[in-house]
Design a binder for this molecule. Structure first.
Ligand SMILES: *Cc1c(COP(=O)(O)O)cnc(C)c1O
Length: 352
């Protein structure tokens, strides 16, 4: 080992879902939206004046922040934007999770949370979900250095009642509580109205799922201005220009088309509910997902076997080997009706 190797920030990286690129594949493995971005996004990109690329982008990301403020009835001071919510969440860790006490998150959750904790040397303690994969709010009443969980949770898709979330926020007035709402637009109730009441709450959302822009990388946090100012101080001390000009234009255009947003998310919700019925008829068991995926297990055939059989048909789904109790589950993203029909038809045949 070279001497300099002992001074490396060694990390075990987060493993993103595969991005295979085959023409006839059915890609249900990374919770992307099966529908294209809003038509206005396409126009904004096509009419983008490339001469402007000489210039740095607006470091305050004003057009996007203003559009988000208008969308949610907030002030620009309430909003922080970043390169996907992954970037926003990493900035939150760096800004707020600096206590000697452990931060808390569920044992089964977004697998980036422990990766950032390790990377930024933040102590953490996982809180086990109940057997039905619900969060037990009182686990989060103990002393801690911060709290973070997704709502709906990932990869379970299960939602927590707003009143229970409020109980967790109230029990933790001395630390920051982060609600990661990556999937909230698919039928959940957002904690956003609570930011007015609680100065320790941050709500994080993304354009990657409900707004069909995973490839553009746009995420945002909403909180009281003081929290946003602290986050911006850290951002400007790291990289002032996180949001490029094309991204800003595309993001603002996506927000301008509410009708398209409602149409596509309602389609996904309808497809999800129909898929639940068909999976249940095939013997699958799963919780009541309010996200754009279903986390399902079959009592007779292992998840690993099913995943392999699906892959041979060019149907990609996600399988997690950790922790042990989700080993027999597959996370199936909701695609178009035709894609889900193909999935169900194959499973019907395979399980017969
Ligand atoms: C997808 C996802 C994110 C990250 O999304 P970005 O593409 O970085 O915006 C964050 N949290 C959860 C729970 C997610 O599922």
């Amino acid at each position: 080992m070279k001497a300099w190797e002992k001074n490396i920030r060694k990390v075990v990286p987060y493993v993103p879902g595969e991005q295979p690129n085959q023409p006839d594949m059915i890609k249900l493995n990374t919770n992307e939206n099966p529908y294209p971005p809003a038509p206005g996004v396409v126009d904004a990109i096509k009419s983008f004046d490339t001469d402007r690329l000489r210039l740095y982008p607006d470091p305050t990301a004003k057009i996007l922040v203003d559009a988000l403020a208008a969308e949610y009835g907030l002030k620009p001071e309430n909003i922080f934007v970043g390169v996907g919510s992954d970037d926003v969440l990493a900035m939150i860790y760096l800004t707020f999770f600096n206590s000697d006490k452990p931060i808390f998150f569920p044992d089964i959750t977004y697998s980036f949370y422990d990766v950032w904790a390790d990377e930024f040397r933040v102590p953490y303690e996982v809180q086990p979900l109940n057997d039905d994969f619900t969060i037990n709010k009182s686990d989060y009443y103990k002393e801690n250095g911060g709290v973070i969980f997704p709502n709906p949770n990932a990869p379970t898709g299960i939602i927590m009642e707003l009143s229970e979330i409020e109980d967790i926020i109230q029990a933790n007035p001395d630390v920051i509580v982060v609600v990661d709402e990556a999937y909230i637009d698919f039928g959940g109730v957002s904690a956003l109205p609570l930011i007015e009441k609680y100065d320790n709450l941050i709500v994080v959302q993304t354009f990657s799922k409900s707004r069909s822009l995973a490839g553009m990388r746009i995420g945002y946090a909403m909180a009281q201005p003081k929290l946003i100012r602290y986050m911006n101080d850290v951002k400007y001390s790291f990289n002032s220009y996180t949001m490029n000009q094309l991204t800003l234009a595309a993001g603002a255009a996506a927000l301008a088309d509410r009708a398209y947003f409602d149409e596509t998310r309602n389609k996904i919700i309808a497809t999800r509910e129909r898929t639940k019925k068909e999976l249940a008829a095939l013997g699958f068991v799963f919780g009541d997902s309010k996200s754009n995926f279903i986390f399902a297990s079959h009592p007779k055939v292992s998840a690993e076997e099913l995943m392999g059989a699906l892959r041979e048909q060019n149907i990609y789904v996600r399988h997690f080997t950790h922790p042990e109790r989700i080993r027999n589950y597959l996370r199936i993203s909701i695609g178009t009706d035709a894609e889900m029909d193909a999935l169900i038809a194959f499973l019907k045949n395979y399980l017969a």
